[in-house]
Design a protein around this ligand. Structure first.
Ligand SMILES: [Zn+2]
Length: 246
């Protein structure tokens, strides 16, 4: 990274710092997740006034200091969230917090910026909040390498034959082919395997067109929780609000 750099990004977190500064966490197009300090951003006449809001799509012009990047200028390219709808906000906050927790500082996770951009756009255009969130989580976990493709066995890596019985491993996290599963592993419903694999592979706007049965959607929540629990050091603050709705 050069001392002075420009990049596009989406603001996923903001915290007040010192007397009048603000630190924003931005998922960027070029440098992964970065923290920037905006000096004086909380002063009424600040040049950053109104620009550093959550989910704003911004062009950043920064100076890289020893520990932190300093924001020189920012231009709002668009707000990806103009909604005032509470349920949609709950999903957005959860997405932002989870993205922040799963992606390490300066980790250049290819595709994460585009994925968040897509998810926020799709979310502004649909009421299928739950399906958008599930698709987003599945895609983000796949991109991060925490979720292997659900068309291969997680143990021997052979392509799954959907005519054979397929099981979920004893931790209820990953799929196993008939040769790798034991009596302790739970049998899986083929439609569910296809749906999860579809969400992994198709663009989010397409993935949400499939409407799963309610019991499958409930299963996916529990399964996602099993995957996420060991990855998160503490529960997400936004989860309580999300659960109040979903
Ligand atoms: Zn296998």
């Amino acid at each position: 990274m050069n001392k002075n750099f420009k990049t596009k990004g989406i603001i996923i977190r903001k915290v007040d710092f010192g007397e009048a500064d603000r630190i924003v966490t931005v998922l960027t197009e070029d440098f992964g997740k970065i923290d920037c300090i905006a000096k004086g951003a909380r002063r009424i006449k600040s040049k950053f006034c109104g620009r550093l809001e959550l989910f704003n799509h911004v062009l950043l012009n920064c100076f890289q200091g020893k520990d932190l990047a300093y924001l020189n200028e920012t231009e709002v390219l668009g707000s990806l969230s103009e909604t005032k709808e509470l349920d949609r906000h709950r999903v957005q906050f959860y997405m932002a917090e989870l993205t922040h927790k799963l992606i390490q500082p300066e980790q250049e996770l290819m595709g994460a910026y585009r994925l968040l951009q897509d998810a926020l756009r799709v979310l502004d255009d649909t009421v299928k909040y739950e399906t958008v969130l599930q698709s987003y989580l599945i895609k983000l976990l796949t991109l991060s390498g925490f979720l292997p493709p659900w068309n291969h066995c997680s143990s021997c890596n052979d392509k799954l034959d959907l005519n054979d019985p397929i099981h979920l491993d004893h931790l209820d996290r990953h799929v196993l082919c008939s040769s790798c599963s034991t009596a302790d592993d739970a049998p899986m419903n083929i439609a569910l395997i296809k749906w999860i694999n579809y969400m992994q592979n198709y663009p989010l706007s397409q993935a949400i067109q499939v409407q799963p049965e309610e019991k499958d959607q409930r299963f996916v929540w529990e399964w996602l929780q099993n995957l996420l629990d060991p990855l998160l050091s503490s529960p997400l603050k936004s989860e309580v609000f999300l659960r109040a709705r979903l």
